[in-house]
Design a protein around this ligand. Structure first.
Ligand code: AGP
Length: 594
């Protein structure tokens, strides 16, 4: 988690770094800080505080034009959310300044071994990095001191280092946490994500693990893990910066919910040629040869994986298991003889998945990453990658990436099964019907007001509706802070029904005709015990009195339609409670720590 950005050039470093931090705020927003070169006193000044980038912005208003600065936006891992723990961190003499994204697992051992008796200003793991650099720089050049320091670190890091004695140099190092470098004729920018580089770079290059980079006004020097100097290869910047603008919407989440029909059309555009699906043959062959598929993912992406299970098992008759990434990484199950792994990740940076991928690579298993970020680590490091084409997703609560994941899984499963026919039309029709439903999005506000009056709620469903109910509950929890559970409708009576009281909201998702009546009976059971029952149904199974009726679409794609009202329910529940919808408490968009 955390976002870092640094700039050196002819532009105003404060502006560039601030802009980058605003773009990176999705990675953490507990505190924000910046160190910027002050031409008057010829030193790097420090500004940092608890709160958002907007607050930091107000603290640095009066800073003059400066050629060099680094900044950080924090998601706390070690140490409370307070000013002392906010980044950047100074070394003891204040010669060095460091920002860090990642976790140093052996920071206690390093303190004991190299820095015994040192007075620590913060509770962070990061502070050990800057103190070690200072300590080693007594005997070594600064580059060597950084190299020696990072060679001792266990864990993950993307870090930027400034030196008061050489204020025209920025040093960076990275392992496991993402770091990309961008360049224009005005200067050099380095940051955790392409979104922070786009505005100020004509070309960019993602850095490999264990690289060390020294940036001067004139040049960039890159060393690999063996400290051998490398050529940096840049690619043209093709990221459309304006896609991250909020536009007319009050929140990114609402914008992203409304963009979903567009995303479906983009997927059609990118994956179809006429009526045929176009996917790299090597991926298709890899899957066809496998005797079992394994989806590894976390959170919302894992919920998309469950829908993928249904899609693959129905279309290709290949068994598919879904595993929680953080569990699989350290407790892999007994695998089939010829497994094929599908890693689903919006960000492509989730640390739990990266741990899975190192395990897969060690055993030479084939892997496919399905991601929204084509430059991400998981996309680059897996055997194959497929893109979601959902466009940047800024709200922490994932919406359009989830529906894009399901659509891409459907496209992939259909192609593997040689069942392309008609899918293009089905997805296009789905897009039109999603659009039609979303015109009435505001009507959900009324339902939420009437129904979600308690601090707990249930979503229930059968088959794919059960899988969607898991996602619906997660969405409600993460932004409204209502304790919500997604439940297989038939399972409630085996214990959990004890939690139903007068007014407990129970929302049934009902789209599968062969179990529609069973789900209705389960809803009746909770209604008789006082539940505030709500039904969301497709036209195919709808009955009079159902609260939300959704248009019928191709059965393969129904979950994409079913999830829409649940996204809106979460949105309005959070809005009504006055929460920060796009940046819910305790969360970050990209979970880069295990
Ligand atoms: C969902 O709204 C969350 N943001 C979260 O569950 C997310 O899906 C999870 O952390 C996995 O992220 P990824 O898709 O980027 O790997």
């Amino acid at each position: 988690m955390c976002g870092i950005v640094g700039y050196l050039g002819k532009g105003n470093a404060k502006e560039v770094v601030l802009n980058g931090l605003y773009k990176l705020e999705y990675r953490g927003y507990d505190s924000a800080g910046m160190s910027v070169f002050n031409k008057k006193n010829q030193r790097f000044d420090m500004y940092k505080d608890v709160g958002r980038v907007a607050h930091l912005d107000s603290l640095v208003q009066s800073i003059d034009h400066s050629p060099i600065a680094i900044g950080h936006t924090r998601w706390a891992t070690h140490g409370k959310v307070n000013q002392a723990n906010a980044h950047p961190h100074f070394s003891a003499s204040e010669r060095f300044v460091v920002v860090h994204n990642g976790v140093i697992e052996n920071y206690r051992e390093l303190k004991a071994r190299y820095l015994n008796g040192h007075h620590w200003v913060s509770e962070t793991d990061t502070e050990v990095i800057v103190q070690l650099i200072e300590r080693f720089s007594d005997e070594l050049s600064v580059e060597e001191a950084v190299k020696k320091t990072v060679s001792l670190l266990h864990g993950s890091y993307a870090l930027l280092v400034l030196d008061q004695d050489n204020p025209e140099r920025l040093i960076a190092a990275k392992h496991k946490s993402p770091l990309l470098i961008g360049k224009s004729d005005k200067g050099i920018i380095i940051a955790s994500d392409l979104v922070a580089l786009a505005k100020y770079s004509q070309v960019y290059s993602p850095l490999e693990d264990e690289s060390i980079v020294v940036i001067n006004q004139a040049e960039i020097t890159l060393w690999n893990r063996d400290y051998v100097q490398q050529e940096l290869t840049f690619q043209p910047m093709d990221f459309e910066d304006d896609l991250t603008e909020l536009g007319e919407y009050p929140h990114y989440m609402l914008k992203e919910i409304m963009e979903q029909p567009l995303v479906m059309r983009k997927i059609v555009d990118r994956y179809f040629h006429d009526d045929h699906i176009v996917i790299d043959e090597a991926i298709l062959e890899g899957i066809r040869q496998a005797d079992r598929l394994y989806v590894l993912a976390a959170g919302t992406s894992m919920h998309a994986g469950y829908i993928g299970k249904r899609l693959f098992e129905n279309l290709t008759e290949k068994p598919l298991e879904v595993h929680i990434a953080s569990e699989f990484a350290y407790h892999p199950p007994v695998l089939s003889a010829q497994p094929f792994f599908i890693l689903i990740s919006q960000s492509g940076e989730t640390a739990d998945l990266r741990a899975c991928l190192s395990h897969l690579k060690k055993h030479h298993y084939p892997s496919l990453t399905i991601t929204n970020v084509k430059t991400s680590t998981l996309a680059r490091e897996a055997t194959y990658a497929l893109e979601l084409f959902a466009g940047p997703e800024i709200a922490v609560a994932s919406t359009k990436a989830y529906t894009a994941q399901i659509a891409v899984l459907a496209v992939l499963a259909a192609k593997v099964a040689h069942r392309d026919a008609g899918l293009r039309e089905s997805i296009s029709e789905l897009a039109a019907k999603m659009e039609q439903y979303l015109t009435q999005y505001e009507s959900v506000a009324e339902l939420v007001k009437r129904v979600l009056t308690k601090q707990n709620a249930f979503y229930i469903g059968r088959g794919t509706d059960y899988f969607v109910s898991l996602e619906a509950a997660l969405k409600l929890k993460e932004i409204s802070y209502i304790q919500a559970e997604g439940f297989a409708a038939g399972e409630l009576k085996h214990g959990t029904i004890a939690l139903i009281e007068e007014g407990t909201p129970v929302i049934a998702l009902n789209s599968e005709p062969h179990v529609a009546l069973n789900t209705r009976s389960n809803l009746e059971e909770v209604k008789s015990r006082g539940a505030m029952a709500v039904t969301i149904a497709t036209e195919a199974v709808a009955q009079e009195g159902d609260d939300i009726v959704l248009p019928n679409v191709d059965p393969l794609l129904v979950p994409i339609m079913m999830v829409l009202p649940t996204q809106l329910i979460a949105y309005y529940a959070a809005l009504e409670r006055g929460h920060d919808i796009d940046k819910p408490r305790n969360l970050a968009k990209s979970v880069t720590v295990e």
